[in-house]
Write a protein of this length. Structure first.
Length: 212
């Protein structure tokens, strides 16, 4: 318990002003805020539903910014279903972005909706194309969404290690109030969420309480 308290203390207390970031060189990433993780289906969670308002608020603040919405989307024979229950089948309601983010604040010439067939959006063809276009144009990557210990963790650490390998100084920022995971069995949401944030933090990701 003492170790957990130390981790919490080390992570908390950091806030970033959105105005401190160059809007033209900043992008918002929203990971898997689809119906199948938020409202319905085998992997939906009220914990994830609880962060919707925070993501919506940040999305509004970043009106006109570059944005990427990752959408979990699988065929019925997806290899991922060997590890997880069937979810977010392509073309079904579970695979759709939640209604709260289907708004004018989300739209723009530089908004991308990228389907992904694995837990790590970095490997999707859509993101590879996005990165090819924007790698030299974006310095600040704000990552939100679910789930903290799988999809968010894998994407941020892969992205950070990619930039490190190329010796590129890019900021990857995770506001803790905009990411969440689920409860289930030994998977204690509070504990796993904390450890995932700490894992990102020690891997070079900027974990902050929120972005104002």
């Amino acid at each position: 318990m003492e170790a957990i308290k130390k981790v919490e203390e080390e992570l908390k207390g950091k806030v970033i002003e959105l105005s401190s970031l160059d809007k033209d060189r900043t992008a918002l990433f929203v990971v898997d805020m689809v119906n199948g993780f938020v409202y319905s289906g085998a992997l939906s969670s009220p914990r994830i539903a609880a962060i919707v308002s925070n993501i919506v608020e940040l999305n509004k603040k970043m009106l006109g910014s570059k944005k990427v919405f990752f959408l979990d989307s699988h065929e019925e024979n997806s290899e991922e279903f060997c590890s997880f229950p069937p979810h977010c089948i392509k073309g079904e309601e579970e695979a759709e972005l939640i209604a709260e983010l289907k708004t004018k604040e989300s739209e723009g010439q530089e908004t991308y909706y990228i389907e992904k067939n694995s837990t790590n959006g970095f490997h999707s063809e859509g993101f590879k194309k996005w990165l090819e276009k924007y790698e030299d144009k974006v310095d600040n990557y704000i990552v939100t969404g679910c789930v903290t210990d799988i999809c968010v963790l894998q994407f941020t650490l892969t992205l950070k290690s990619y930039f490190n390998e190329k010796n590129l100084a890019k900021r990857i920022i995770v506001p803790a109030n905009t990411v969440e995971t689920y409860d289930g069995g030994a998977h204690d949401g509070d504990l796993v969420n904390l450890f995932a944030l700490y894992n990102m933090y020690v891997g070079g990701i900027e974990v902050v309480d929120k972005i104002k």
